[in-house]
Design a protein around this ligand. Structure first.
Ligand SMILES: NC(=O)c1ccc[n+]([C@@H]2O[C@H](COP(=O)([O-])OP(=O)(O)OC[C@H]3O[C@@H](n4cnc5c(N)ncnc54)[C@H](OP(=O)(O)O)[C@@H]3O)[C@@H](O)[C@H]2O)c1
Length: 285
């Protein structure tokens, strides 16, 4: 079934990184299907602008934005609380906000920024919303990862990354962590009718536009023109995972172009996933 025909009316969806790129396209496509959509952004002006254009374009007034910097645990906690104060259900959570950093930065919590935003942001928000996901079951969590997870190496003894930091390495390990987290959470939630899957949107012409994190940053405009998918194309598999009956009950998988495909070998290592979970718990405690 074409996902365009899928009606999401009555579903409440929360999408992070919703002011640009793939996240903004996701809000738009969910709103087109009639869902109540709450985008998360860290900039009030961008939030207001996105709300306005998406409401106007889709004719769906049930689109709103909430403010949070997802590299800050305090702000993630406030977001989760604010969401639950306002909404009594959550059918779909899309963890999508992500970035790369040319220089090593630390979050306000003192954690290497890429790991804090791209991985711990997903981990903490999902765990804080776990109860409402369970009470809304069947519910779905979608974690936006990347094919670059395959190059990722996560050295549990070097999470601060003070030595050997490189933008690409920090990004790749965060995207590997997205999948390790997805598989571990799927095991922990296997009896709850909350499904959790990871996906790769492909090479999408956005601000992150993954090439921007690599050596060909200056070529980004050219590469976007040649190879970049539109944000809407990049969001297709997210919409599939959010809406399609084909994936009802399917959990703990990695999807590319609406197909479940194998992820990197490390992500199937139960010890790796458990260690990542325990470390993440300790970093958000
Ligand atoms: N583009 C690609 O080729 C590609 C390929 C594979 C995977 N991905 C993944 O797709 C996801 C979305 O990336 P994109 O390409 O759509 O990038 P994008 O256009 O740069 O959008 C990133 C979104 O994340 C938000 N964000 C960044 N830092 C944040 C923070 N500290 N707190 C809250 N929100 C924050 C941005 O907000 P602002 O608008 O305020 O900056 C923006 O809404 C990422 O997880 C990325 O790893 C992208």
């Amino acid at each position: 079934m074409n996902t365009k025909e899928q009606n999401m009316k009555g579903k409440v969806c929360l999408v992070t990184g919703a002011t640009a790129g793939i996240g903004q396209a996701t809000v738009m496509l969910l709103a087109e299907r009639g869902a109540t959509v709450i985008g998360v952004g860290r900039n009030s002006a961008k939030n207001e602008y996105s709300t306005k254009i998406i409401q106007e374009k889709t004719g769906n007034s049930a689109v709103e934005y909430m403010l949070a910097d997802l590299s800050s645990q305090k702000e993630i906690r406030a977001l989760a609380q604010g969401f639950q104060d306002k909404y009594d259900r959550l059918d779909v959570l899309v963890n999508n906000a992500g970035a790369t950093f040319g220089e090593r930065l630390e979050s306000v919590d003192g954690i290497e920024m890429t790991f804090a935003l791209n991985h711990l942001g997903y981990f903490l928000l999902t765990n804080l919303l776990a109860d409402i996901l369970v009470t809304s079951r069947p519910s779905r969590v979608i974690n936006v990862s990347s094919s670059l997870h395959r190059l990722g190496k996560l050295d549990f003894d070097n999470i601060p990354f003070k030595e050997g930091y490189a933008r690409s390495k920090a990004y790749q390990r965060s995207k590997l962590a997205n999948i390790g987290f997805t598989y571990e959470m799927a095991r922990r939630f296997s009896n709850n009718d909350v499904t959790i899957n990871a996906m790769n949107p492909g090479l999408v012409a956005t601000n992150v536009g993954e090439v921007a994190g690599g050596v060909v940053a200056k070529m980004k405009g050219v590469v976007d023109k040649i190879a970049g998918l539109t944000p809407e194309e990049g969001a297709q598999t997210i919409i599939y995972l959010a809406a399609s009956p084909d994936v009802a009950g399917v959990t703990g998988r990695y999807f590319v172009k609406e197909k479940s495909v194998p992820s990197a070998k490390t992500t199937y290592d139960l010890g790796f996933c458990r260690q990542l979970w325990n470390l993440s718990e300790s970093l958000v405690a």
